[in-house]
Design a protein around this ligand. Structure first.
Ligand code: ADP
Length: 599
């Protein structure tokens, strides 16, 4: 740590005295200086920074020891050495005081005893050495502290810079902002971001995408370029090796590529922009004009910035990609939405056609049907026909067919009324158990024929509701006849009811009736579709085969009509089923929710 040998100065006008002392002190690892007068002693001391002990004779011609001590104290080149006074005469106490006042550490009386001198000087020498060691340590600590402060400042700048870098997602804007930031914050003269073009693995050039070298403004996207096989260029060298490169004296550097407009550049640092072990996407290049070389701290900072820039560029590219994908997606969604809107319009037209068709057909069929029904009834009263079993069967067939047709035409008329919103409801208090009882009564023959059980549960607790009984009857008649139609022989149909609990005290009370069966069930994707007009699952060409035959075909109007009526009452109707399975028979549930009071 410390290499300079400390010095001891002997000041005495008597040469013999000096010689004796010098001999005594020779055993110590010190340089011994001698002076025969005060001025000579001061001159020597002024040039000796490592002076640790002065052995000072008090009585000397011209300048005495006290004055020498006084002046020595004022010398600033050195830490004040330990002063040991020597006096040949029996000294007075006041002389000792005076010596101590002047900074003496000891007072010796001549003739001095060699072991005493040696012992004392050794103590001060050791003290001096320790002080020097301490000073060196303090100096080292100072440097470390300064380095640390410098690192902290750089780290702060790097963190701030990287925060700002990370928040910009447009790549051109990003690169320009990075150049600006690095230059402003770190004070480098020239900064440039060079990207491989086209991107690796097909790179042919390194292109300056954003940089400030010789112009006051930032040169942006893409301008200056260097071929990737250029033999001389620090930027190309760094890109090829994938390692940082420092040229603290560009004039003597083998890779430095001089530029006429950058004649005063002194040092250059380039770091690769890369992610992991992949080929760098480019290089961050920094150059300075000042004579200061790049420190290890500078290089580390530039490397860190390089890594962050690589990540930021990747993010910006990903963002651009995502944005492009989003735009594509939006365009596709727009196109599809437009197609859907067109389809919807077509569907609306079709729906209107359907409604018109129902209205026209049902009206037109009504009169001839009435005639057929009337005449077939009259024929059935004719004795000739009644007495002829064959004729009678045929006329009965006409009458039954006309009756079924009447039911279909009635449904069509109802649907037409619902479509044209001309269905008039005649509200009155309705006793639902009674109404459902009446409906099931009508179905009794069918239930028996098909060996089905129908159970009615907890309907008696239901309050009376305000509704149109004729219309509601159609709803439950439809649901129960469907349950009969889609449940195989021997199955079970259940009708349950409950009053729904209100969520809030001011909420309208509602009741719910559920018609469930143990039939073939309904596929989830059809559970909404079956409520549309003319929808029937299965083969459309199955002819209408009665209201209660297993899987009997129908016109597909029943549920549409039921939903229309329930909604006209301010209620809801929906189907629920685990799925369609003609072997496992998962069954279906139809929920009808109606307000207790007229809405
Ligand atoms: P339809 O008047 O022809 O009976 P609906 O509108 O009443 O027509 O019913 C439409 C379709 O809904 C039926 O063809 C049938 O596929 C299905 N469906 C209705 N009720 C049930 C049920 N309880 N179980 C299984 N499928 C049903």
């Amino acid at each position: 740590m410390e290499t300079i040998t400390p010095a001891i100065l002997i000041v005495d006008d008597v040469a013999d005295n000096r010689r004796v002392l010098a001999r005594v002190l020779r055993s110590l690892d010190v340089r011994i200086l001698e002076a025969e007068s005060g001025p000579e002693a001061l001159a020597l001391a002024a040039q000796e920074p490592e002076l640790c002990v002065v052995l000072l004779d008090v009585r000397m011609p011209g300048m005495d020891g006290y004055e020498v001590a006084e002046r020595l104290r004022r010398l600033s080149n050195t830490t004040t050495p330990a002063l040991i006074f020597m006096s040949a005469v029996e000294s007075e106490t006041y002389q000792h005081y005076k010596a101590y006042e002047l900074g003496a550490v000891d007072f010796l009386t001549k003739p001095v005893s060699p072991p005493v001198v040696l012992g004392k000087v050794r103590v001060f020498l050791e003290l001096f050495r320790q002080r020097r060691r301490l000073e060196a340590l303090v100096k080292q600590l100072d440097t470390l502290n300064r380095d640390l402060a410098d690192q902290t400042r750089r780290l702060q700048l790097t963190t701030e810079t990287s925060h700002q870098i990370a928040s910009i997602l447009d790549i051109d804007q990003l690169l320009a902002a990075i150049v600006e930031l690095i230059q402003r914050r770190f004070g480098y003269d020239c900064v440039g971001i060079w990207l491989a073009d086209p991107p690796p693995p097909d790179a042919e050039h390194l292109m300056l995408y954003a940089g400030r070298y010789w112009t006051p403004h930032i040169v942006k996207t893409p301008s200056f370029r260097i071929p990737v096989d250029a033999p001389k260029s620090i930027i190309v060298h760094v890109w090829r090796t994938g390692r940082p490169y420092v040229a603290n004296n560009v004039a003597a550097d083998p890779y430095y590529l001089p530029h006429e407009r950058l004649a005063d550049i002194r040092a250059e640092v380039s770091v690769p922009l890369k992610l992991g072990d992949s080929v760098p996407i480019g290089v961050l290049d920094v150059q300075t004009r000042s004579g200061e070389p790049f420190s290890t701290g500078d290089i580390l900072t530039i490397e860190t910035l390089g890594n962050q820039i690589a990540v930021a560029i990747r993010n910006a590219k990903l963002y651009a990609e995502v944005t492009r994908l989003n735009e594509d997606l939006e365009a596709q969604v727009d196109k599809r939405t437009q197609q859907l809107q067109e389809t919807l319009q077509q569907l609306e037209l079709l729906e209107r056609d359907k409604s018109d068709f129902i209205a026209v057909v049902s009206h037109e069929l009504r009169t001839p049907l009435t005639l057929i029904r009337g005449f077939s009834q009259m024929l059935l009263e004719e004795p000739d026909i009644l007495s002829n079993p064959s004729w009678r069967r045929q006329v009965e067939g006409i009458a039954n067919g006309a009756f079924r047709m009447q039911a279909i035409v009635d449904s069509m008329l109802d649907v037409a009324k619902l479509d044209s919103r001309t269905l008039k409801l005649h509200h009155q208090p309705v006793d639902l158990p009674e109404l459902i009882e009446a409906v099931t009564h009508e179905m009794e023959t069918a239930l028996q024929k098909r060996n089905l059980t129908l159970q009615i549960q907890s309907l008696n607790e239901l309050p009376k509701i305000e509704a149109d009984p004729t219309e509601l009857r159609k709803v439950f008649s439809e649901l129960i006849s469907n349950a009969i139609k889609f449940t195989p022989d021997g199955g079970q149909i259940t009708v349950t009811g409950q009053q729904l609990p209100s969520q809030r005290p001011d909420e309208e009370p509602y009741i719910e009736i559920v018609v469930s069966d143990t039939g073939i069930g309904i596929a989830p994707e059809l559970q909404e579709l079956i409520f549309s007009k003319f929808y029937r699952a299965g083969d459309v060409w199955l002819h209408s085969s009665g209201r209660t035959k297993f899987k009997g075909g129908g016109p597909g109007l029943g549920l549409a009509l039921a939903r229309g009526i329930v909604q006209a009452h301010g209620g809801h109707i929906w189907a629920e089923s685990p799925g369609h399975d003609e072997l496992k028979l998962p069954g279906s549930k139809f929920h009808v929710v109606l307000p207790v009071h007229r809405p």
